[in-house]
Design a binder for this molecule. Structure first.
Ligand code: AMP
Length: 437
């Protein structure tokens, strides 16, 4: 399958070539023709599957050739009303989607912009007033602009809800419902979500018309090329273990998840004190600080980015070799979202989870959802892997013994290459279950 088999026209094919893509990803191969045929689509796909291009390319083509449903063949629009709206849960994701529209639309004359909260509204207002064809927005800030009268959706032809499950998790459903009352009934709607919990299915029933369902991976199954390893560790030993893991693992970029903002800052302090370049992104950081942290991580200046789940939504950074669940999540879907940051575009990735006594139920839920047991990670200097990772909380926690004292006392050079090569040869779907039930 080639991009040219998907009925994309020259400006889009040229942009795809400029982006360096050779073949469409599975979701692109399935979704692009559907959108060009003006179908509503319910897409179950996680980040890293190429879903942004899957909707951005055909939307650009529909708008550029003036063949969208509300145009009725009237040809290219000369006014600049908002014709396509993409709603996304976070500013980072919104910005990345908007950047994708710029890249894929570089050989068209379509104008796009992005609006999100946490930054001054005036520059956004000015751009909206000048007229855009495509608007990417987070729901709250879009509602602000709508009530100011700077964003009107009367001429909307295509509506996209991206990462709908995250928007649900983040409490955006009422905002989305309000926005939906202001868009034309006759429109094309695309709803994308990594998981399909019942409220998303209900929303899909309400807003999609005869949708075609597309699922790239099995619902909630993470990419196949990701190894899932778990370390058994008590809470207070996590900082030392993190350093040991990083010191003994060759990695390109590591993304570390903590449960709280405060926890993220603590991890960064601990790593920095140990000579590891690390930065944090979370909701207490200013937009500038987040942008700086992301830029440092992208450029490779910062080796480790520590994030909370909300701040990390939609991070579009390739070449993250390791996702580390410093704090395991209690929501199994979040595990899938987290590890969706590694193993992208066919690369292999590793997900490492720190599991303490209280995580028993969470670990079970994750293993049930991904239908793969997390494997006990191999020994490290100062860490001896137990045979089972999680034991019932009623029993005494099964702590790993520490051969050589505390991991923090070990002298390792950051990024030395040894254990992970051995690790990959153990295979990712071993026979031992990490859960003792
Ligand atoms: P997404 O799932 O939209 O977040 O995309 C994940 C990553 O895959 C992005 O960095 C894209 O630039 C990249 N990508 C998208 N489509 C392709 C493709 N057909 N070939 C190679 N990389 C792609």
């Amino acid at each position: 399958m080639k991009f040219s088999d998907l009925r994309l026209n020259k400006p889009l094919l040229d942009a795809v070539r400029a982006a360096g893509y050779e073949t469409p990803t599975p979701i692109q191969a399935q979704v692009i023709p559907l959108i060009l045929d003006r179908k509503d689509v319910l897409g179950c796909a996680q980040t890293g599957t190429g879903k942004t291009a899957a909707f951005a390319l055909p939307i650009l083509q529909c708008l550029d050739t003036g063949q969208s449903p509300n145009r009725n063949g009237r040809g290219r629009s000369h006014t600049r009303n908002i014709r396509a709206l993409v709603l996304a849960p976070t500013r980072e994701l919104a910005k990345q989607i908007s950047d994708s529209f710029s890249a894929y639309g570089r050989f068209t004359k379509l104008k796009r912009t992005v609006v999100f909260g946490g930054v001054n509204k005036n520059p956004q207002t000015n751009i909206l007033r000048s007229g855009v064809d495509i608007l990417v927005a987070t729901p709250g800030r879009l509602l602000d602009h709508m009530s100011d009268g700077t964003a009107t959706l009367d001429s909307l032809e295509i509506l996209v809800l991206d990462e709908a499950d995250r928007m649900l998790d983040m409490g955006f459903m009422p905002d989305i419902r309000r926005i939906l009352t202001k868009v034309p009934k006759k429109r094309q709607t695309l709803l994308l979500s990594a998981t399909m919990p019942p409220p998303i299915r209900d929303l899909a029933k309400d807003i999609l018309e005869n949708p075609v369902s597309v699922e790239v991976a099995r619902v909630s199954s993470p990419a196949e090329n990701i190894a899932h390893w778990a370390y058994r560790v008590e809470k207070k030993e996590k900082p030392a273990l993190l350093r040991t893991v990083l010191e003994n693992t060759p990695f390109s970029r590591a993304l570390v998840f903590t449960r709280t903002k405060h926890g993220a800052d603590k991890v960064v302090r601990h790593l920095t004190q140990g000579g590891v370049s690390a930065d944090a992104i979370h909701g207490n950081k200013s937009q500038n600080a987040r942008t700086r942290a992301l830029a440092g991580f992208r450029s490779g200046r910062t080796a480790v980015l520590v994030a909370t789940d909300i701040a990390a939504r939609g991070l579009d950074i390739d070449d993250i070799s390791h996702v580390i669940n410093y704090d395991l999540t209690t929501e199994p879907e979040t595990y899938v979202h987290r590890i969706g940051r590694t193993g992208r575009a066919g690369a292999t990735g590793t997900a490492l989870s720190f599991v303490s006594g209280e995580d028993y139920e969470s670990l079970r839920a994750i293993e049930r959802l991904i239908r793969t047991p997390l494997q006990p990670a191999p020994d490290l200097p100062g860490y001896v892997a137990p045979k089972v990772i999680a034991v019932q909380p009623s029993r005494k926690p099964h702590t790993a013994s520490r051969k050589n004292g505390s991991a923090s006392q070990q002298k390792h050079r950051f990024g030395t290459k040894n254990s992970s090569r051995k690790r990959s040869s153990r295979g990712r779907r071993g026979t031992r279950s990490a859960v003792a039930s």
